[in-house]
Design a protein around this ligand. Structure first.
Ligand code: IMP
Ligand code: MG
Length: 188
């Protein structure tokens, strides 16, 4: 019998408030999958997940996509370990495949200032996909600095630093099964 405490309850101590619980995420992700199935009926899609934050969202979303589907990954860095966007986007890992003439759906964890997505959209448009859409789990709309087109939004969230379900603070908290607001004393 394990005698040590599992890590998740101690991580939960750093959460001020659960914004979106597991059941709410599950239901909304299924709805997003159904919308994609409807909009792309009869087509093939290429989902481009933005690492690492979109990892859990991608894994759950793709289970609801009932279309011929390929997945590729982009890894970007715009934050370092802080909570404010540096405004500088770096590609840490580019795509493996060409996106030319394909129906591309970018899957993101959260759109905040919009800088990361704006950069990615510009970069991917130059590669001539047939179509280019955006699906984000979270939209922190009040913080937008650049107007970016978003086709599918899971939830709108207030201007607070959130973690869990793939989202991190300094690489921690990604494994939490819910979206929570981090206690300000953790990063202040
Ligand atoms: P943007 O370029 O300001 O739109 O920021 C986009 C990226 O910043 C997201 O893909 C996240 O990786 C990160 N980010 C923004 N807000 C949060 C947050 O509240 N929690 C965790 N990561 C965030
Ligand atoms: Mg991200």
């Amino acid at each position: 019998m394990p005698t040590t405490t599992p890590t998740t309850p101690s991580l939960t101590n750093d959460i001020a408030e659960v914004l979106i619980n597991e059941a709410q995420i599950k239901q909304r992700v299924a709805e997003l999958g159904a919308a994609i199935n409807k909009d792309f009926a009869g087509e093939q899609v290429l989902i481009i997940a933005v690492l690492k934050g979109a990892l859990l969202f991608l894994a759950d979303l793709m289970r609801h996509v009932d279309l011929p589907l390929a997945v590729d990954f982009l890894a970007v860095s715009s934050y370092g370990a802080g909570t404010q966007s540096s405004g500088v986007v770096r590609i840490l890992k580019d795509l493996d495949e060409s996106i030319e003439h394909r129906n591309v759906i970018i899957v993101e964890d959260i759109v905040d200032s919009g800088r990361t997505l704006d950069y990615l959209l510009r970069m991917l448009r130059q590669r001539h996909p047939a179509t280019l859409h955006v699906c984000t789990l979270l939209d922190k709309r009040d913080r937008r600095e650049i107007d970016v087109p978003i086709d599918y939004v899971g939830f709108e969230v207030p201007d607070a630093f959130v973690v869990g379900y793939g989202l991190d603070y300094g690489e921690h908290y990604r494994q939490l099964p819910f979206i929570g607001v981090l206690k300000p004393e953790i990063y202040q």
